[in-house]
Design a binder for this molecule. Structure first.
Ligand SMILES: *Cc1c(COP(=O)(O)O)cnc(C)c1O
Length: 637
């Protein structure tokens, strides 16, 4: 893996890291080899350099890692979804309309919900709440009474009452019945408060979706009513003289549905149910398709679970067409179509930026020309294998050295070999593995046993972030995110490595990377320089990653910086949230940090009493402790 002299260009980096494929037009690489980001793919001319943003962040005194949000990417995505539905509605002569409802759980941060309600206002983009706390946030944030406020999730009396009050205030607040037991409570509370509710039902569809989150849809889903239960709802509402209140049919197949066929099947099935409800005399107005609109994380445009085989435009056209086909057949009015897309709106707008602290290489020390007299016989065998290794006996030599390596270990464990001999044995073994790996590159078909050899020899880059805090889905459910360097992109990346975080957990790593041919176990990286930081980014992390994260190893929230890109290609820092301090984190896990400090002071005073330290050293120690409490939880340079 020696650096070669061939010319490397920004273009080759773009290909290598698939920027055009996953970037959806938001990302590109400048001639200077810097990753750029724009808020509007239509004019990449106003793109700004991410290293420049990093420099600005550091000048303001914030350390890496930083979660960077590009505020107006969110605006662009809200417009894309609404405009695409609008276009589909017009081109197909659909006689209903479209309303979006942003599901708060996808990213609950106030900044996000604020942006959705502010920019979404011209489309009457509403909100979806799945819990009491989310409903309370939504009622405070949503000023638009033409937008919908969809209430999903388990509802207790307080939740139902809040929803009814919202309706009374003029909100299009829809209480969706998810469980058979909820209806009697809703009927009772609406009678008690004298407020007529707007009701929906969530149907369990039998159309099964594939993908990581598939189980939230389909017959086995936890939420929703089957058709027989919906009939019960109709009968109960009739009895209470409230059938006109039932206005919405809801389903949610699960998030990240990669295959358009599954989306179409579900639309067809749900529209049949909708037609059935109309025939039963319910006051139907809305058909709510839930979430599922996927993000092409790996840029392959396939039905692979981290991708999608359709565009936003196709999604909208297929949905509108699917609804029309069923309803026109039965001469039923076209409803207002609602979708609760979350992931597709917010994924692009955040990226995690971090520096690399160090790297480890698995390269043996140079070997002697020949082995010293009396070297252990197994090491001699290893050494001889290395001498005879060539392209024709790769497999055979590989088997041999595995055998001899085990013999070396045995000998060491039984006390028949010294510490230094063991080191020599390991060294010869790794040198041979390295040679095998480079010979294996020229083999037409790689023997089964040799698969994964490059991975075993790859570098480890130690990176200043926590997977558990910032990319929880990468750890928990094996979700892929695009990861790449944000600078030096006109230099050839000559190393092959995986990324380890700074938690001391062996799961704290990224070793699955996007690839046009499937999933790669390592990625190409640049050689580290002594005098210069090396910055990487993990992209499309705006959905679900911010609050699912945890405090593993007490690494807390990162610094968050929000930037707005201007039309002239400049950018403004519009928001800055400092990450957690050590003190913050300790208090989250119920420490009383004052008491902690006092206790530590006593320990230090005891050390003075025993003559271990001087009072002046005590002062130094306490100052260091206090600084630590007030510092960032990540590695600070
Ligand atoms: C999670 C969820 C969504 C969001 O799904 P995305 O695939 O992120 O758009 C929408 N509706 C409901 C009911 C959900 O639970």
């Amino acid at each position: 893996m020696t650096p070669s002299l061939e010319r490397w260009t920004a273009e080759r980096s773009a290909e290598l890291y698939g920027v055009r494929e996953w970037g959806a037009g938001f990302f590109g690489i400048s001639d200077k080899g810097e990753l750029q980001v724009t808020s509007s793919p239509a004019c990449f001319d106003n793109a700004v350099s991410i290293p420049e943003i990093i420099a600005g962040v550091q000048e303001r005194g914030l350390d890496m890692p930083v979660l960077l949000r590009i505020e107006n990417i969110l605006d662009t995505q809200i417009s894309l979804l609404n405009d695409s539905f609008q276009a589909a509605i017009q081109s197909l002569d659909y006689r209903g309309s479209y309303l979006g409802a942003y599901p708060i759980k996808v990213n609950q941060q106030q900044q996000v919900v604020e942006a959705v309600t502010r920019h979404g206002k011209k489309y009457h983009h509403g909100l979806e709440a799945g819990s009491k706390a989310e409903l309370i946030a939504a009622m405070g944030m949503l000023g638009d009474t033409e937008a919908v406020l969809v209430c999903n999730g388990y509802k207790d009396e307080e939740f139902v009452d809040l929803g009814l009050h919202a309706t009374q205030l003029g909100f299009q607040c829809i209480l969706v019945v998810e469980m058979p037991g909820e209806l009697p409570l809703i009927i009772e509370r609406s009678k008690a408060l004298g407020i007529k509710p707007i009701l929906g039902v969530r149907v369990k569809l039998s159309s099964q979706a594939n993908g990581l989150w598939a189980e939230s849809g389909g017959d086995r889903s936890i939420f929703g009513l089957n058709v027989a239960q919906i009939i019960d709802v109709i009968d109960s509402l009739k009895e209470a003289d409230m059938l006109d209140c039932l206005q919405l049919l809801h389903y949610h197949l699960g998030s990240q549905i990669p295959n358009i066929r599954e989306i179409r099947n579900a639309v067809a099935e749900a529209t049949r149910v909708y037609a059935g409800l109309v025939a039963e005399g319910a006051g139907m107005r809305y058909l709510d398709l839930g979430g599922g609109l996927a993000v092409d994380y790996d840029g392959t445009q396939t039905n692979f679970m981290s991708s999608r085989n359709y565009s936003v435009n196709e999604y909208c056209v297929d949905v509108v067409e699917g609804v029309m086909t069923v309803l026109d057949e039965q001469k039923i009015d076209h409803p207002i179509i609602i979708t609760e897309s979350g992931r597709a709106l917010v994924a692009y707008y955040s990226m995690l930026l971090f520096n690399v602290l160090d790297s480890a290489r698995f390269e043996p020390e140079p070997l002697p020309e020949s082995l010293p007299e009396g070297t252990n016989i197994h090491i001699q065998h290893l050494f001889e294998t290395l001498q005879v290794l060539n392209i024709r006996n790769v497999q055979e030599c590989f088997n041999d050295i595995l055998y001899y390596r085990d013999e070396v270990r045995q000998a060491f464990n039984h006390g028949k070999m010294t510490f230094r001999e063991r080191a020599l044995g390991d060294n010869v073994f790794w040198e041979t593995i390295n040679r095998i790996a480079s010979l294996a590159k020229d083999l037409h078909a790689l023997p089964h046993e040799l698969e994964g050899i490059t991975e075993a020899l790859s570098d480890i880059y130690y990176c200043n972030f926590s997977v558990f805090q910032s990319l929880p889905d990468a750890w928990a459910i094996g979700q892929l995110f695009p990861v790449m360097p944000v600078h030096r992109l006109n230099e050839k990346p000559v190393r092959e490595g995986l990324l380890a975080d700074i938690t001391c957990d062996c799961d704290g790593k990224i070793d699955r990377f996007i690839d046009s041919q499937g999933v790669k176990r390592t990625m190409r990286l640049h050689e580290l320089k002594e005098s210069e930081e090396y910055y990487l980014g993990a992209f499309l992390v705006g959905a679900y990653q911010e609050t699912l994260g945890d405090l593993h190893n007490l690494l807390g929230d990162t610094n968050i910086v929000t930037v707005r890109i201007k039309e002239n290609g400049e950018f403004d820092f519009v928001g800055e949230l400092e990450g957690d301090t050590v003190e913050d984190i300790l208090s989250y896990v119920e420490y009383d940090t004052k008491a902690l400090f006092n206790r530590f002071r006593e320990t230090a005073e005891e050390a003075v009493r025993q003559g271990r330290i001087t009072p002046i050293q005590r002062r130094e120690t306490l100052r260091a402790y206090k600084n630590g409490l007030q510092g960032y939880t990540y590695f600070e340079r």
